[in-house]
Design a protein around this ligand. Structure first.
Ligand code: GLN
Length: 292
């Protein structure tokens, strides 16, 4: 087989991806594959005269075919990067999103500002474990829990905790079952920092979602019924009311379409002192912060 320059191969790779993705996404994905597997950035492709071996072409062609089939790149590669750490992934867990990194960042700056070094951190609906593992890595004295209803998510999260050499307690439980949460989450360090990025997309919003997400990511992690969009936030509010104390805080990723309704759930609680909506970097009302 004739050798081919990496540059030519990846320009063609991006071009073929236009069958599934728009131009920016196609280029971003081609660039990501190139950077992850060849350690060459897109901008360097023109400078580095790297020729691909037959085995490399075969490997990249297989990835391309799976991409053309609509599989998300992170499931194909089997991992992603989140808050500077590597997380292994499989279709039983949601692919962590950049907005959720912002949530982790908000919590860490709050801890820094308030000299909180050994809180109890609870992440409800933990999926890959990206939130509690990143937090534990940065707050080594914290006592950290991650809760998920799916046994395969707990297996993946435990694996990721080992991969990142952190010690997080993952608990298989339904976050809607407040009584059980109160029973299993033993809080021995204060304050409590409660975090969640629960399912928040109404089923009737699904048509605005890329078909690859719909086809491959776990629907239980994404969707809520149209007639009870705030289902998970109501359960969180219930847990907050029954179990959180003065000085504790709650950090939630939310659906911007329901920001006001979500924050109202917490403003109505008797133990809430302050609550705020925080925008993400694209200016969307994406987070709610509640101080108890
Ligand atoms: N906490 C995980 C994440 O943010 C999973 C969230 C979910 O499954 N809804 O990626």
């Amino acid at each position: 087989m004739n050798s081919i320059y990496a540059r030519d191969y990846f320009v063609d790779f991006a071009h073929k991806l236009l069958a599934v993705y728009d131009q920016d996404e196609a280029k971003a994905i081609a660039g990501y594959v190139c950077a992850e597997l060849l350690m060459i950035k897109w901008q360097q492709l023109n400078i580095i005269q790297k020729e691909l071996s037959g085995a490399e072409v075969e490997h990249f062609d297989k990835i391309l075919n799976r991409l053309l089939n609509g599989e998300p790149i992170h499931y194909i590669l089997g991992y992603t990067w989140f808050y500077g750490l590597k997380f292994d992934l499989n279709p039983s867990v949601l692919i962590p999103r950049p907005e959720t990194e912002e949530l982790v960042d908000l919590v860490l700056s709050y801890c820094r500002k308030n000299n909180i070094t050994a809180p109890t951190i609870i992440d409800l609906g933990t999926g890959s474990g990206c939130i509690p593992i990143s937090l534990k890595k940065n707050l080594p004295q914290a006592q950290v829990y991650g809760v998920d209803i799916m046994p395969n998510a707990i297996i993946t999260a435990n694996h990721n905790s080992r991969l990142n050499k952190t010690d997080v307690n993952f608990v298989e439980a339904d976050m809607l079952n407040t009584t059980y949460l109160i029973e299993v989450l033993k809080i021995s360090q204060s304050p409590v920092i409660l975090i969640s990025n629960p399912p928040y997309i109404a089923q009737n919003e699904a048509e605005g979602i890329h078909k690859n997400v719909l086809k491959h990511e776990p629907h239980t992690a994404l969707f809520v019924p149209n007639d009870d969009v705030l289902l998970y936030y109501k359960a969180i509010a219930n847990y907050v009311q029954l179990s959180l104390k003065q000085g504790d805080s709650v950090w939630l990723e939310i659906n911007p379409l329901f920001a006001q309704d979500t924050i109202s759930l917490f403003q109505n609680l008797s133990n809430t002192i302050q609550s705020y909506i925080i925008n993400d970097i694209s200016g969307k009302q994406r987070f709610v912060y509640v101080l108890i």
